[in-house]
Design a protein around this ligand. Structure first.
Ligand SMILES: [Mn+2]
Length: 350
């Protein structure tokens, strides 16, 4: 099958080969920039790209905006990561002893998406980008933007394939097992394990090739999505079984007060999967999880299946988001009182 990505991937492959050659001669380094609030796709694609630059003989690191999350440590990419020291831009800009000479962004194109690292990225005006988000500047020759692609990782895969083709080498010479695992991580993250509508025939073909190169889909999915700490498991189960149902089962709501977090020795993120589990229950249209934070505010997470507008509802409480997923934080209200208010107001739509 002819991939819709070939043209952009070939162009990018040529640019990377030239850039790697320049860096090899100067002994300089390329920094690859993921966005802040890192996810499987930006970490997977940036690490894969850095590792390909290294395969081509260039110095390359991923410029991290924050610590790599625990559930991604199985990727084994620590040697690819660079945490810029304070004052990096004022100093010699040495990346582990090599001069920072080129910038590359993946899964985002603008510095403001990179947290404090945005300034480091924007230092070079002629940065390269590979991204699948809708942006306005599509014609810049140093950027490859493809909103139809499932993920930045799928795009990087096609770039690596084209580099191998241009150089006349086996794909495995450029993409080792670790690199294949990184790309798999991004694809399963952004496609919701191949269930979202951004999954294309090319996406599944890509996953097949990644598997052949050692990308372990079982390991990736377990670590990224299914593995729970004992604390997460215990508090999520308790929260789920405390669910209350209203409006003939169309509204499901859970409230988690501070004392419950203390009882299970759990943190606020340990119940992050509860709201989608509530929404997935047959008959539930609108799901809400309320959690009391340490400083006494109450955070609400909202999900809906097909009709209920979560974003509009969240705005009533000073929050916002998307139609199917939104949230808010309120101060100075008791969690039970807020819960009653939500039931009352949501009932009008359900
Ligand atoms: Mn992405």
């Amino acid at each position: 099958m002819k991939s819709i990505y070939l043209e952009g991937a070939s162009r990018m492959a040529g640019l990377i080969i030239d850039e790697a050659e320049k860096l090899r001669k100067s002994d300089g380094a390329v920094l690859v920039f993921p966005h802040k609030s890192v996810d499987g796709d930006c970490i997977g694609s940036s690490c894969a790209l850095a590792s390909v630059f290294r395969s081509l003989g260039a110095n390359a690191w991923v410029c991290m905006p924050e610590k790599i999350p625990n559930n991604m440590s199985f990727l084994g990419v620590d040697d690819l990561l660079f945490y810029p020291p304070e004052g990096f831009l004022q100093g010699d800009m040495l990346v582990n002893g090599k001069h920072y000479e080129t910038a590359f962004s993946v899964d985002c194109t603008e510095g403001h998406r990179m947290g404090a690292n945005g300034k480091i990225f924007e230092y070079y005006e002629d940065a390269y980008d590979i991204d699948h988000h809708e942006v306005t500047h599509l014609s810049d020759p140093l950027k490859w933007i493809e909103p139809k692609a499932s993920s930045a990782c799928e795009m990087v895969f096609y770039v690596i394939s084209q580099i191998a083709k241009i150089k006349g080498v086996e794909l495995s010479l450029l993409m080792d097992q670790r690199c294949a695992g990184c790309l798999m991580a991004g694809i399963v993250t952004d496609t919701g394990r191949f269930t979202y509508t951004n999954t294309r025939p090319e996406t599944l073909e890509t996953a097949g090739v990644l598997m052949e190169h050692g990308g372990d889909i079982t390991k990736v999915c377990y670590n990224l999505f299914d593995m729970k700490t004992p604390e997460e498991f215990a508090i999520s189960s308790a929260a789920c079984s405390s669910a209350m149902f209203y409006c003939n089962g169309r509204l499901a709501i859970v409230k988690v007060p501070q004392r419950m977090f203390k009882q299970y020795n759990a943190g606020s993120d340990d119940i992050s999967d509860v709201v989608s589990r509530l929404r997935d229950i047959g008959g539930v249209e609108f799901a809400c999880v309320l959690r009391e934070t340490e400083n006494g505010t109450v955070r609400g997470n909202l999900r809906s299946k097909t009709e209920f507008d979560c974003s509009e509802f969240a705005e009533r409480f000073g929050g916002g988001g998307h139609k199917r997923a939104a949230g808010f934080t309120v101060e100075g209200i008791d969690i039970d009182e807020l819960c009653d208010q939500i039931i009352r107001e949501a009932s009008a739509f359900l």
